[in-house]
Design a protein around this ligand. Structure first.
Ligand code: ADP
Ligand code: MG
Length: 272
């Protein structure tokens, strides 16, 4: 554990808590032209929390994840990762821009992102995909990065495929490779955006099984998913987003067994 991990954090009231704050998003807004997609979304996760983000198509789930790692720039609000707040300044057009690009680049290397569409580099083998950022962005020695990558590929069951190109893998194998690639940077927080939505049904289980293992390892994760049964099993907290606001949130038992809002009730029954 590094120093930041062990930092004692103050909660919203200024009381000291001894559970390290892994990620704190405050009052995030995002507008695309006239379309306000996020209207003040906040989230706070301690080390080891697994937050499941659920909601209908177009509710702003992907935009929220993309704002966390600044793939999209929020219009307002703040993102803090392990105590470090991303510095933003007004862009002069009613939005925000990074005040410190190097800080954003550095913080991005602490966030492991897994996309619905895998996004592996097609011209690289599985192993090359996994070592690319550690070697060429983080400057790790190649042999060390390869050793780490091989360990990760064993964990996701892909060691035998390390020299294969993505086009020769199934969707489930590609997504497991993408997870290994995201883990290779030793991220503080893993962000999953519907990691199984693009998979044939028979391949969903192998990917959920890998994500479930990670969830049980005290890893901090934010997981956008439509797999309600899985979310019920692995999440420590569930957030239901509707129209860019949090309509309801709580522990998985409460959200799935005793939803309060009519919209959430409908959403849950529509997905089963
Ligand atoms: P979800 O992931 O919950 O399905 P998204 O975050 O992808 O929702 O999208 C929320 C809304 O924002 C949608 O109406 C979508 O069309 C819009 N949107 C997303 N990205 C962009 C963009 N880059 N430009 C304009 N509109 C966008
Ligand atoms: Mg989405």
């Amino acid at each position: 554990m590094d120093k930041v991990d062990r930092q004692i954090n103050a909660d919203g009231e200024g009381n000291m808590t001894d559970k390290a704050q892994a990620i704190e998003v405050r009052d995030l807004y995002k507008r695309f032209g006239p379309l306000e997609v996020l209207k003040g979304v906040s989230l706070s996760a301690s080390q080891g929390d697994v937050i499941a983000l659920i909601g209908g198509s177009g509710s702003g789930k992907s935009t929220f994840l993309r704002c966390i790692n600044m793939l999209e720039l929020p219009t307002a609000g703040s993102v803090t990762i392990h105590g470090e707040t991303i510095e933003m300044k007004q862009d002069g057009h009613g939005g925000l821009m990074p005040a410190n690009r190097r800080q954003i680049q550095r913080i991005r290397t602490k966030l492991g992102m897994v996309f619905q569409s895998f996004n592996l580099w097609q011209h690289m083998t599985v192993l090359q995909n996994v070592i690319e950022v550690p070697v060429h962005v983080l400057g790790q020695p190649k042999d060390q990065a390869i050793a780490v990558a091989e360990t990760l590929l064993r964990r996701v069951g892909l060691y035998e495929k390390r020299d294969a190109y993505p086009a020769f893998l199934s969707g489930g194998q590609q997504q497991r490779a993408a997870i290994a690639r995201a883990l290779a940077i030793q991220p503080l927080v893993m962000l999953f955006d519907e990691p199984t939505s693009a998979l044939d049904p028979e391949l969903v289980g192998e990917v959920l099984s890998v994500i479930g293992d990670l969830a049980r390892e005290n890893r901090t994760m934010i997981l956008v998913t439509h797999e309600m049964k899985f979310a019920r099993q692995v999440a420590s907290h569930v957030i239901y987003l509707h129209g860019g606001v949090i309509e309801e949130q709580g522990p998985p038992e409460a959200i799935f067994e005793n939803p309060q809002s009519e919209r959430l009730k409908k959403f849950i029954s529509s997905i089963h």
